[in-house]
Design a protein around this ligand. Structure first.
Ligand SMILES: NC(=O)c1ccc[n+]([C@@H]2O[C@H](COP(=O)([O-])OP(=O)(O)OC[C@H]3O[C@@H](n4cnc5c(N)ncnc54)[C@H](O)[C@@H]3O)[C@@H](O)[C@H]2O)c1
Ligand SMILES: [Zn+2]
Length: 811
């Protein structure tokens, strides 16, 4: 042949290649290529064999089903062969039209004959299974294998909880149920999370998870993997009058107690099939399990019989697939991206591949651990997944196709953008650039976030402009956006064009060359009066997402109040909690952030929330004594205990009467907490503080004083470890321990390098020696009391430290 194409050779090669993939897929449950690629090979072979039937060998994969059964399992000869189904490759309406047309032709229906009735189901993406019930009892479960002979996996199938071991109702002598074993998305995720935790291998996808679990030799392993089942047809039956339709069979199986998927319809004609395909395509992402298409079946069993079978598939059924959500491609490079909070995310640059309906050129690798866990390397062949709108991700590597010399990925210890060193907090998966706002990448991302649609919604301020504005230093912080002039923007564009060597775009009809800049300035100006929630979200405070920003805006009503609210007070707002409250406090503790907010709000720039209001009326009610107790920072008084305390005594009474037994015995607080409370009340100025808060509660709530006002400094012994030894002059060992713990310290039994102090009394023994050896500070009871007394007296709003101390003296 002129072009060197030899169909005989090609067919041979395709057969060998398909065999190889069948083995990897069916026998080893670890495919080397994506289904789409496999299907392409299979179609090509079909086409060659169709063009020249002489090339069709009896052992061609087109003439057979699946793969050989594994020798580890007992073989099961199927009473009726388990076939495959023909796949329509047209993902659009064409697939449904072609099937309906074929059925009508083969049934020899006249053009004006009424539409054919079909049963349409989902095509579950799992593993085909034949369940044999004899007199209602499950006696055998077998895989499809090569269609003739499967594997006996009864032990493993018995572990599927939703499958009845005994059928409901009056069961026939023999009933073989055909269906799919699959793994639900949530079970898959939960299993993988647990496996990761145990340091075990994770499952690549639910399909492989199901297939791999069923073909475990150890039924305990299968039992540990959460599997599910849906029936879709029958094998052999004895002693049963078959229903007249396929839909009738499914209903009957459901009545026997076998799981049958509810997403099925009886419909008529090509239109009905098209509608079902479209409907399922839209619902696909929300289904709790994976499907790879829908299946159409002629509903009437009589008509099914009339059509019969060809080699490996019935003529009366077809699979109409959806575009694959997974594909294989190669990794061209692994780059890292720096996000708004400095988080460094590895990203795989990929050879372009069509998946999930779009061309994908990169996929997130999440973080360093993920890259390691999946061991993705440059040059690797990887399986990429893109489902719905989610960011494409690399699900796994085809290790067999790794080129020699491919090197494992290593995260550099400096930021690729600013060169600052990177840090990874213990217990965190994320590596961050420590450059903060001096890192250009972080600045760019912060500004992009600020301008985003759900934040300040600055029209026209896309990635390209932000990059240039930052790069050429027209914008450093977000406030600078509002200082930009037309001159700045045009100059920036000119500099960028000169540097990039781009010819300025030719003037489009009706567009002046400055139109874009005017539009951008108009977009910036139009963003000046956002809602408070948007502004708060836009600031990019860690953990403050859209809904948290809304809560803050709702309850507090002004950015000033959000800034001044003490963290424990924020923490009692609905759905905020300690982490978020701490993040907000951290944000405003940074000088630069305060300055940025001040700048934005200054009259010259004129960004101002359009909806400031007084604190929500309910705030005063909500901040009952429970919350105020929590705010006051009494040691050991967790929010829950604060609630218990508030249930029996308000702050004014407590300030007046102190911890007295009859008053507090109803609170149900542990003795050590009561002791800590009593102790706290003895502390300098605490009673006075409580009384003052009680007297001025409404005022305080309205003003939401600065954080420093209501909060004691960190407990004096926070994080310090003590060891007690010998007999102290006045304190018992338990009392000393309680005091230390109430002040945030820890008492340990033995001296180590980690000990901060050894408190030694009379007749101290070996611990004292050990402390001296290790150079740990040794103190006596008096010194301990000094440490305990170092607690500062909290201030009230507007008070200096001195004034607070003075007030404390007088109380
Ligand atoms: N990636 C690879 O290397 C590789 C190798 C071999 C096969 N494959 C994939 O497997 C497919 C071929 O395998 P197949 O022969 O099992 O065909 P198939 O999976 O495309 O279709 C037949 C199977 O569909 C299942 N099914 C799910 N829902 C059903 C329903 N409602 N009614 C009837 N059957 C239903 C049954 O288990 C049945 O055996 C190929 O299209 C390819 O995508 C991939
Ligand atoms: Zn950096």
């Amino acid at each position: 042949m002129a072009d060197g194409f030899n169909p005989l050779e090609r067919a041979r090669w395709l057969r060998a290649e398909i065999e190889r993939h069948n083995r990897a897929y069916y026998e080893l449950d670890s495919p080397l290529i994506s289904d789409a690629e496999y299907d392409a090979l299979f179609r090509e072979l079909l086409a060659i064999e169709d063009a020249d039937p002489a090339l069709r060998t009896p052992d061609s994969p087109t003439q057979r089903v699946g793969g050989a059964p594994l020798p580890e399992f007992s073989p099961v000869r199927h009473a009726q062969p388990m076939l495959s189904i023909r796949t329509e490759t047209d993902f659009g309406e064409g697939g449904a039209l072609a099937f309906d047309a074929r059925v009508r032709r083969e049934l020899k229906l006249a053009d004006d004959a009424p539409p054919v009735e079909y049963c349409a189901e989902l095509k579950f993406d799992g593993l085909a299974m034949n369940l044999r019930y004899e007199h209602g009892v499950l006696v055998l479960a077998a895989t499809r294998g090569d269609g003739e002979t499967g594997e006996d996996v009864t032990q493993n199938v018995r572990t599927i909880r939703e499958l009845p071991l005994r059928l409901k109702g009056e069961a026939p002598a023999v009933l073989e149920v055909r269906g799919e074993v699959y793994m639900r998305h949530d079970d898959f995720a939960r299993y993988n999370a647990a496996a990761t935790e145990r340091g075990e291998k994770t499952l690549v996808n639910p399909r492989n998870g199901a297939a791999g679990s069923i073909r475990q030799l150890d039924p305990r392993i299968a039992a540990s993997r959460p599997l599910s089942f849906f029936a879709y047809g029958l094998g052999e039956t004895q002693g049963w009058t078959l229903p007249a339709t396929h839909a009738g069979i499914l209903d009957a199986l459901a009545d026997f107690g076998i799981p049958v998927c509810g997403e099925r319809v009886i419909t008529a004609g090509a239109d009905g099939l098209v509608a079902f395909h479209r409907h399922v395509g839209e619902a696909r992402a929300t289904l709790p399990f994976a499907i790879d298409g829908v299946v159409y079946k002629l509903n009437s069993l009589a008509l099914q019989e009339q059509l019969g079978f060809i080699t490996r598939e019935p003529r009366w059924a077809v699979a109409h697939k959806f575009p694959a959500e997974e594909a294989t491609t190669t990794v061209l490079a692994i780059e890292v991206q720096v996000g708004r909070t400095g988080a460094i995310t590895p990203v795989a640059r990929l050879a372009p591949v069509f998946v999930g309906g779009v061309t994908v050129t990169n996929a997130t690798l999440h973080n360093e651990d993920e890259v390691w866990r999946k061991d993705v390397r440059v040059g690797d062949t990887v399986i990429v997944r893109r489902a719905g709108d989610v960011i494409p991700e690399v699900v796994g590597v085809v290790v067999e196709r790794r080129p020699p010399g491919a090197e494992a990925f290593r995260m550099k210890d400096t930021c690729p953008v600013c060169g600052a060193h990177t840090v990874r907090e213990p217990g965190e998966a994320v590596t961050r650039c420590s450059g903060g706002f001096s890192c250009r990448a972080q600045r760019i991302q912060a500004i992009l976030h600020f301008a985003g649609r759900r934040m300040m919604d600055i029209e026209g301020l896309g990635e390209r402009y932000v990059e240039r504005l930052v790069e050429f230093d027209y914008v450093h912080g977000v406030a600078d956006l509002y200082r930009l002039t037309l001159g700045d923007l045009l100059e920036m564009k000119q500099r960028a064009d000169e540097r990039d060597g781009t010819v300025p775009e030719t003037v489009k009809a009706g567009q002046t060359p400055t139109r874009w800049a005017e539009n951008l300035l108009a977009g910036i100006a139009a963003s000046r009066r956002p809602t408070l929630a948007r502004l708060l979200f836009a600031l990019g405070i860690r953990h403050v997402g859209e809904s948290t920003a809304k809560t803050l805006a709702d309850w507090l009503g002004s950015i000033e109040r959000v800034r001044r609210a003490p963290a424990p007070l924020l923490a009692v707002l609905p759905d905020i909690g300690a982490t978020v409250a701490a993040a907000i406090a951290d944000f405003f503790a940074e000088e630069r952030n305060v300055r940025a907010v001040d700048e934005l709000l200054c009259p010259e720039i004129g960004v101002a929330p359009a909806d400031e209001h007084a604190p929500r009326p309910g705030l005063g009610e909500r901040l009952g004594w429970a919350e105020l107790y929590a705010v006051l920072g009494v040691p050991r008084l967790t929010p829950l205990r604060a609630k218990q305390l508030a249930a029996v005594v308000d702050g004014a009474t407590l300030a007046r009467e102190g911890v007295n037994e009859p008053l507090l015995s109803d609170a149900g607080l542990p003795a050590d907490v009561l002791a800590a409370l009593a102790d706290w009340l003895q502390g300098r100025g605490h009673r006075g503080l409580l009384a003052a808060v009680a007297a001025r509660r409404d005022e305080l709530l309205a003003a939401l004083p600065p954080a420093s006002a209501l909060l004691p400094a960190a407990a004096p012994l926070d994080g310090k470890t003590f060891v007690l030894t010998g007999t102290l002059p006045t304190l018992t060992r338990d009392e000393a321990k309680a005091l230390i713990e109430a002040a945030g310290g820890r008492v340990s039994a033995s001296v180590s390098k980690k000990s901060d102090y050894v408190v030694a009394g009379a007749e101290a023994g070996s611990k004292l020696e050990r402390a001296r050896e290790l150079g740990v500070a040794v103190i006596d009871e008096a010194a301990l009391r000094d440490l305990l007394a170092r607690q500062q007296s909290p201030q009230l709003p507007g008070e200096t430290v001195e004034q607070a101390a003075e007030r404390a003296e007088h109380s």
